[in-house]
Design a protein around this ligand. Structure first.
Ligand SMILES: [Zn+2]
Length: 243
């Protein structure tokens, strides 16, 4: 009884101080105990999982600070299949091929967990691509060794997949099929560059304003006092495309 009470009090105290760590992790915990990495691929070593857990923990800390929002401990699940994805409230999945290639985009997926409640897929994926470039320790989807602006410029200039406008990117992010990799790369690159430009240039890095006035409403005219079309023209010129 007293033990139960003590444990409850300890939990309440931990919650109050914002220091909730993970209980009963069935895998490898990061040093700060905020990431639990669970490996389902026997070809990935314990050392690789420990390294992934600590990488994700450092990124989680930076992202929590940046967004001013915390969702507590995060589970990172590793399997030898599929693509990276997130499952709210607190799980991300990283395929082991990305770990082998050092393309583990944990910051991208943790960003999705921290920024639920989006108004458009361009804003949702663009913000995750932006955060991966800014806070991610590994390069990866969709811009790899390029900056997101360079990746967008490349896809928009040589555009075999017809992603030319915000509307095209939104549609592609919604309905691209598994085999349409180029179309997805173009749409994610467009979204990442678009969000980076809006957040860093148009809003001078004010992420609180971005989240409260644009991310959750998608209302460009209200948030930026410009139409979407006018913004698109300005963004194209900014990244060096013909307007
Ligand atoms: Zn994503």
């Amino acid at each position: 009884m007293y033990l139960v009470k003590f444990s409850l009090l300890a939990t309440i105290a931990a919650l109050a101080t914002g220091c909730v760590t993970q209980q009963g992790c069935p895998g490898v915990q990061s040093t700060d105990r905020m990431i639990c990495a669970v490996n389902h691929d026997p070809d990935i070593s314990l050392r690789q999982i420990e390294s992934l857990a600590d990488q994700a923990a450092r990124e989680r800390t930076a992202l929590v600070h940046f967004f001013g929002n915390d969702i507590g401990p995060v589970t990172v699940s590793v399997r030898d299949k599929g693509n990276a994805f997130h499952k709210p409230p607190s799980t991300i999945h990283i395929p082991s091929r990305l770990i082998r290639k050092s393309h583990a985009i944990t910051a991208h997926e943790i960003t999705h967990l921290l920024t639920q409640g989006w108004a458009s897929r361009v804003l949702k994926e663009g913000l995750a691509v932006y955060a991966q470039q800014r806070f991610g320790e590994q390069q990866g989807w969709p811009n790899y060794r390029h900056t997101v602006h360079a990746a967008a410029r490349r896809w928009m200039s040589d555009n075999p997949v017809a992603i030319r406008t915000l509307g095209d990117a939104e549609t592609a992010l919604r309905n691209a099929q598994p085999g349409e990799t180029a179309r997805k790369l173009a749409a994610y690159s467009f979204a990442g560059s678009w969000v980076m430009w809006i957040l860093d240039v148009k809003l001078n890095g004010d992420v609180t304003r971005f989240m409260s006035q644009l991310y959750r409403s998608g209302d460009y005219e209200s948030a930026l006092k410009q139409t979407g079309k006018s913004l698109e023209r300005e963004w194209r010129a900014f990244i060096g495309l013909k307007t």
